[in-house]
Structure formats: C-alpha cells, structure tokens
Write a protein that binds this ligand. Structure first.
Ligand SMILES: N[C@@H](CCC(=O)N[C@@H](CS)C(=O)NCC(=O)O)C(=O)O
Ligand SMILES: *[C@@H]1O[C@H](CO)[C@@H](O)[C@H](O)[C@H]1NC(C)=O
Ligand SMILES: CC(=O)N[C@H]1CO[C@H](CO)[C@@H](O)[C@@H]1O
Length: 286
C-alpha cells in the first residue's frame, strides 16, 4: 500500500532528524518507519512510503465481535479507523460454547486472536491499548498531545465503565419498574459527571480523537436511541457538552459512521424481533 503524504499533514512524519540509506533529511522531518521496502520520493515537503507492514500477511488476527455489542464496537472503531487487516468474526458456536471459551475464558466479546504469536487478548480497553500501541504510526494515533489530555481521555472512559455502563442493562433488559428507574437515574448521574469532565473541543480530550471518544461513543448510542423511544426520556437533556460531542461523533469519520450504523442496526433487529414488546414495555410505560 503506497500512502502519499504531503507537507505537514503527513501522518507518518515525526520531527526528529534522520539519515535513511544515505539521504539526510535536513528539513528536520522524516518518516519514522525505517524498513527495507520503505520508498521515499522527496519533493519539498512531500514523501510517499510503502507500508509493507500491511503486506507481510493477509491478516494480523481475528477480532471476535457481535455488531450490537458496545464493547466490541470500541475495538472495531480502532480497526476501521486505522484500516488494520484484522478479520472480524462472530464467536464460533455462541459466547458460552466450549469452542469460544477456549478463545475467551470469560465467554464475552470482544476478544482478539493474534496470528503472529498465537496470543488471545480480551477486555476491550486492553485490546484498544494494544492496537494503538502496535499501530502507533498509523493515523489517527488516538493519543492526545499532553499528559493532561491523555488523562482526561482515560477518565472519560473510566467514568463510562464504572458509573454509566453498569446501569445500561436497565434500558433493554426485562427488569422491574423499580430497578429500571434506579438504572436510568444512576446512568444519568454518570452522564452528568461526564459533562463535567469532557472538553468537547470537539473531542473528549481536545482536538484529537482518543480512547475516551471511542470508549463512550458506541455505548451512548444505546441511551440516545432507546430512552426516548421506550421511556419518553431524553438522557442528554441539559448536557450541552455531551450531546454536542455525541452528535459530532456520529459523522466524525467513516469509521464512526460505520460503527454507528452497526450498533443502530443491531438495536433495530432487537426491535424487529419483538424484544421490547415481549418485555411488555410499551404497555407498562403508557
Ligand atoms: N469488560 C469487558 C466487557 C465485555 C462485555 O460485557 N461484553 C458483552 C457484550 S458488549 C458480552 O459479551 N456479554 C455476554 C456475557 O457477559 O455473557 C470489555 O470491556 O470487553
Ligand atoms: C495456540 O494456542 C492455543 C491455546 O493456548 C493452543 O491450544 C494451540 O495449540 C496453539 N496453536 C499453535 C499452532 O501453537
Ligand atoms: C448489547 C450489549 O452489548 N450491551 C453491553 C453494553 O455495555 C453494557 C455495560 O456497559 C453491558 O452490560 C452490555 O452487555
């Protein structure tokens, strides 16, 4: 894959000086990948390079994922955005099958199997940190520029995982009215905390997309889609930063659009299969 880069937008440039095969890059900008098949054609501030890292193998691994799964969606986002050659499969024979438990002993999605060393990773945040680390040089980096912004990205993700995520089942599981009310109120408190923390300029942690955006975005689709439809309740009301950010994220990139579509289609399938009618939701609410 030849990726042409121009001027200062070249995502593969770093600002250190380097001599590559006898050519000195006096501008102070050079491609950080020093691989034998890397091709440079220099003309002012432009270069192009052959990312042979993507040609060595047909695939780097397999991500086990389910389209509606908000946690799997986090990892798909990174794979789509960086165009990493990782295949995306459903768990073979179901989440709790013997076959899948050999892949992820927790019987959950996502899980990532790596061709190279036959290692399997699970836990979405761990998989994403691995992908971001491994493919650091492939844009977008998902790494904010300062330590403080990186901390805000992690804080946003943590707030979701600890103070919003645990209540999400109240949106779509068959639970008592009381429990549902508790879930929605608790989730809303988590969203209010998020409002205090995120920058929304335009991303969670400033001007660069980060793990914080990817951790929260797929899950918020559940709240924004289901709550008004079934509970006549608007979870992002009076949260201008969170709602502005969420609506920005929907079309932020083709990766974001793809993830959004996959999760929405998953929720629509639930509706078509009568999930909410079986729960008696419509009658109970009205
Ligand atoms: N902490 C895990 C959570 C993964 C998770 O709960 N996945 C859900 C789908 S989004 C799942 O597989 N649930 C099936 C189950 O827990 O039995 C992560 O971040 O990957
Ligand atoms: C890969 O790892 C799994 C699980 O540890 C093991 O069962 C399998 O034999 C390994 N495959 C290879 C080719 O080493
Ligand atoms: C459908 C789905 O994958 N839902 C998951 C979304 O996240 C919550 C927790 O944050 C999980 O409990 C759900 O399983």
């Amino acid at each position: 894959m030849i990726i042409p880069c121009m001027g200062f937008v070249c995502p593969y440039w770093s600002s250190w000086k380097k001599e590559i095969r006898g050519i000195r890059y006096t501008s102070g900008y050079s491609c950080p990948l020093d691989r034998s098949t890397t091709v440079f054609s220099r003309k002012g501030y432009s270069c192009s390079l052959d990312l042979d890292i993507f040609q060595e193998r047909e695939r780097e691994g397999i991500l086990y994922s389910i389209p509606v799964s908000n946690y799997s969606a986090r990892c798909r986002f990174v794979i789509y955005a960086k165009e990493i050659p990782i295949e995306i499969h459903s768990p073979p024979a179901g989440l709790k099958s013997e076959e899948y438990l050999k892949i992820n002993p927790l019987g959950k999605v996502p899980a990532l199997w790596l061709v190279d060393n036959n290692i399997t990773l699970f836990e979405s945040e761990v998989i994403n940190e691995y992908l971001i680390d491994k493919y650091m040089h492939v844009s977008p980096s998902f790494i904010p520029k300062t330590a403080e912004k990186r901390a805000i990205a992690r804080l946003s993700s943590r707030i979701y995982d600890l103070y919003i995520g645990p209540y999400q089942y109240g949106l779509y599981r068959d639970v008592s009215m009381e429990e549902r009310k508790h879930c929605l109120e608790s989730g809303r408190r988590g969203l209010e905390v998020l409002e205090r923390v995120i920058q929304a300029t335009p991303f969670v942690a400033g001007e660069r997309i980060s793990l914080g955006d990817i951790a929260v975005f797929p899950s918020l689709i559940f709240w924004v889609y289901l709550a008004p439809r079934y509970y006549d309740w608007y979870p992002l009301e009076d949260l201008p930063k969170v709602s502005g950010w969420f609506h920005f994220m929907k079309t932020e990139s083709s990766a974001a659009e793809k993830v959004y579509k996959e999760v929405i289609e998953g929720l629509e399938t639930w509706e078509k299969n009568g999930r909410f009618e079986r729960m008696g939701l419509k009658q109970r609410i009205s």
